[in-house]
Design a protein around this ligand. Structure first.
Ligand code: NAD
Length: 255
């Protein structure tokens, strides 16, 4: 049986990378999908996610132009799910990475990153929760990072944002649990996307190869590794799982 039959999911940052693969994976398991992103085409190329889903699955999908730093855009994205029967699953996945030196980071750079990575998750959760509480339940999944578990001096701003997502997730689980809304975080390690090849050069570099040797699984993760974890948290298999951190890093953090 399909794990998400009759479910409807909104996925921010669903045009590229991890969000795109989560969208496709959820659609393959029967969910209808709203892709909420600032760009329609994938950073890594290929057809827009909603077209991919229409061509390759039996599910329906639509794209909504949504900047997660604008709470009104997030409200509109959740509203767009009404055409499929209303939101059951919210994946607050949109995020950006920058690695400026802490001693040089400007207020503007700080605000930009925190607006996307923290404010975007906060108001994404709020928009989803309003509908979910009214409908009797749902599952909210927030993309943190291993950078939300451990402090790394090379990217202090990013760690600050991802640590906030982790505690926000726990507080929301406490707040929304009695309403039937589960809230969980995913903490990926290094996953092969445009973020880790273009925004920060890890994948495909010599330094990256050395880093891979420190990972018990001896490889970087794929968007599918993350999507499979998200699928579990979204599904009824995780009915008793809330306020949890799912670490998907090939064993790196705990070894
Ligand atoms: P990506 O850059 O490949 O894709 C991110 C998507 O988010 C893009 O489609 C982009 O257009 C969209 N986006 C960016 N800003 C937005 C905004 N303001 N509003 C709406 N959409 C916006 O990145 P990814 O690697 O797929 O990362 C997805 C999430 O996973 C991020 O939150 C990231 O921090 C987190 N993460 C990634 C890794 C990794 O190694 N790739 C590791 C840990 C956590």
């Amino acid at each position: 049986d399909e794990l998400l039959s009759d479910k409807v999911a909104v996925i921010t940052g669903g045009s590229s990378g991890i969000g795109r693969t989560i969208a496709k994976t959820f659609a393959e398991e029967g969910a209808d999908i709203v892709v909420a992103d600032v760009r329609e085409d994938a950073r890594e190329g290929g057809p827009p996610t909603h077209e991919l889903i229409s061509e390759e699955t039996d599910s329906e999908a639509t794209y909504v132009d949504c900047d997660v730093t604008e709470p009104d855009d997030l409200e509109a994205s959740v509203e767009a799910a009404e055409r499929y029967g209303g939101i059951d699953i919210m994946v607050n996945n949109a995020g950006i990475f920058r690695g400026e030196d802490f001693l040089d980071v400007s207020e503007r750079e700080y605000d930009q990153l925190m607006d996307v990575n923290v404010k975007g998750v906060f108001f994404g959760a709020q928009a989803a929760a309003k509908r979910m509480v009214a409908n009797g339940g749902g599952s909210i999944i927030n993309l943190s990072s291993v950078a939300g578990l451990e402090g790394t001096g090379e990217y202090v701003t990013y760690c600050t944002s991802k640590g906030a997502v982790r505690l926000m997730t726990y507080a929301l689980a406490d707040k929304l649990g009695p309403e039937g809304v589960r809230v969980n975080a995913i903490h990926p390690g290094v996953i092969e996307t445009a973020m880790t090849t273009d925004d920060v050069a890890i994948v495909g570099t010599e330094e990256g190869e050395m880093y891979e040797q420190m990972i018990p699984s001896r490889r970087f993760g794929t968007p599918t590794d993350v999507a499979n974890g998200a699928l579990y948290l979204a599904s009824d298999l995780a009915d008793y799982v809330t306020g949890e951190s799912l670490v998907l890093d090939g064993g790196l953090t705990n070894t």
